[in-house]
Design a protein around this ligand. Structure first.
Ligand code: FES
Length: 112
């Protein structure tokens, strides 16, 4: 069965660290989760840093530029927008992103 709207119960909101990154395994893939309690939102982007060729994005620092939230790679410091994964330094590169929602303290991630 395939549907276009597959929500997967990934973890509890209590497994995350406020305003910081945590790595989670979604099926076979590593996902970097960033929990922003002020927005009551969790952002999910790929854990793999395409420049550093390593699974490190959850260790990145989050910040914002012109109102857009980004994570900076801990390796070479490229900035990726949390909203759509695009790289501020190179438009040819982006991280995968997943939609998430928080329901009853559970982090639901869309795998479609
Ligand atoms: S991100 Fe792993 S050592 Fe820095």
């Amino acid at each position: 069965m395939t549907t276009k709207n597959e929500w997967f119960d990934l973890c509890s909101i209590n497994d995350l660290v406020a305003n910081s990154g945590v790595c989670a395994l979604l099926k076979e893939e590593q996902v970097a989760l960033f929990y922003l309690p002020n927005e009551q939102k969790v952002y999910a982007v790929g854990q793999y840093d395409p420049f550093g060729n390593a699974n490190v994005m959850s260790r990145g620092i989050i910040g914002s530029k012109l109102g857009q939230l980004f994570v900076a790679s801990p390796l070479y410091k490229q900035h990726f927008l949390l909203e759509d994964g695009s790289c501020l330094e190179d438009d040819a590169v982006s991280l995968p992103v997943w939609k998430t929602q928080i329901i009853n303290e559970r982090v639901m991630i869309n795998t479609a």
